[in-house]
Structure formats: C-alpha cells, structure tokens
Design a protein around this ligand. Sequence first.
Ligand code: GLP
Length: 241
Amino acid sequence: MRIIKTKDYDDMSRKAAAIIAAQVVFKPDCVLGLATGSTPIGTYENLVKAYQNGDLDFSRVKSVNLDEYRGLPKENDQSYYYFMQDHLFRHVNIDPGNTYLPDGTDADSDKACREYEAIISGLGGQDLQLLGLGHNGHIGFNEPNDVFDKVTHCVDLTERTIEANKRFFASAEEVPRQAYTMGIGTIMQAKKILVVVSGKDKAQIVKDAFFGPVTPRVPASILQMHPDVTVVADADALSLV
Ligand code: GLP
C-alpha cells in the first residue's frame, strides 16, 4: 500500500486526478471503477479540466460505478446516476453507453445485482477502481459486517451512514434505507485501487483501516491485502498516523 500525503483537499484532488489521467493515457480503452460521495468531487473537477484542455480523451473509456441507492429514479438529484452525470459524464466525451451503475430502479434486487456483476466481469474487471472511505470504514456501501461480502448485493444502510448522507436530502426520512453495491470481492478484483480521503473527521478511520487489523468490521481494512493500492490523503486525514 502506497500512501501519498497531500497538503489539503485541493492538492489531494489534483494528485488523484493525475493518477486517473495517467491510467487513461496508458490505456485509452480502460475500465474505470468510479465512486460518489463528496470526497471525489474535486478529483472529477480536475479530470474535466484536463479534458477541456485537450489532455484527456474518454471516448473509449468504460466506467462502472460502485453503488446506487435502491428505489431512487435516475432523475432524482440524489441518485448516483445523477451525481455522475453532474460531476463527470456530461462534461467529457465518454460514451453514455459505456457508463454503468447498478440499476436502483429494478425492484428485483437479486436480478439487478446478478446483472451488474455480469456486466463488470463482461468488461474484464476494473483497471483502476477509485474509492472514498466512509466514517465507519465502508467502501462502496459495504458496511461493517461479520464477513466480507463478495459480489454485488443489496445492503441495508447503517444508521450512521443514513445520518452522514442525510445532509444531501431534505430530511433523514428521505434517505433510502437500502442500496445495491459492488461486493468486496468485486472491488478487490480491480488491477489497481486508488483511495481518496480528506479531513480530520476521517483521521481515526484512516488509522483503523490502513494501520489496524484486517477485519470485516472495518471493510476498508481488506485493502491492505491488495497488491496495488494507492491512498491519496490530505494531512488532516493522516493526522493520527
Ligand atoms: C457514501 C458512498 C461511498 C463513499 C462514502 C463517503 O456512503 N456510498 O462510496 O465513499 O459515502 O462519502 P464522503 O466522501 O462524502 O465522506
């Protein structure tokens, strides 16, 4: 595991974008695993800038997102589909037919998850998977558990995650209670993994996840076992290590 310490959020965002840009330059038809949440927003902004400067071409890139809320239609501005359009897809020349997220509108969760897992394997897996880090160590929506869930599945969100995500909704009641997420196995099959983390409020979980024991109670701790993980974290997030 490689840890890159950055001055602040902006520095983290520029460095993370540079790593993703390098992946696209090296392999123009790569499969990017993408993430939502507030942390990667600056990374996407920098990728859009690089595209606008003529330095990046997404025309052959394929993307698979980590997760999607169950039950939110695509046009809901809190769906992860909407987030991706808003922060990246509509600003670059990626082919919309090459961008994939779990289908949150499919009420048949087994079918939706099975189909999504098949899409990812059909693409040959992620060349680079971007990840944020939840305060309880969740990655995608893999919440603390007794076991590491392997494949794409439906999860009940924890109270802590609902609480953390309610800032984006009118009230906590409106936060969906379930989501479809890549499993830990789906994430771990990526050839490279890039984690972005920022802020003092993430310092304790950075310490637990990357310097503590590997346990499904802290899902991100499994990343210690992956052969090619880069964590780009700002000084605040690394303040306890
Ligand atoms: C959500 C997402 C995760 C994300 C996490 C942290 O729950 N499903 O993929 O990493 O939030 O979000 P933030 O970056 O806003 O702290």
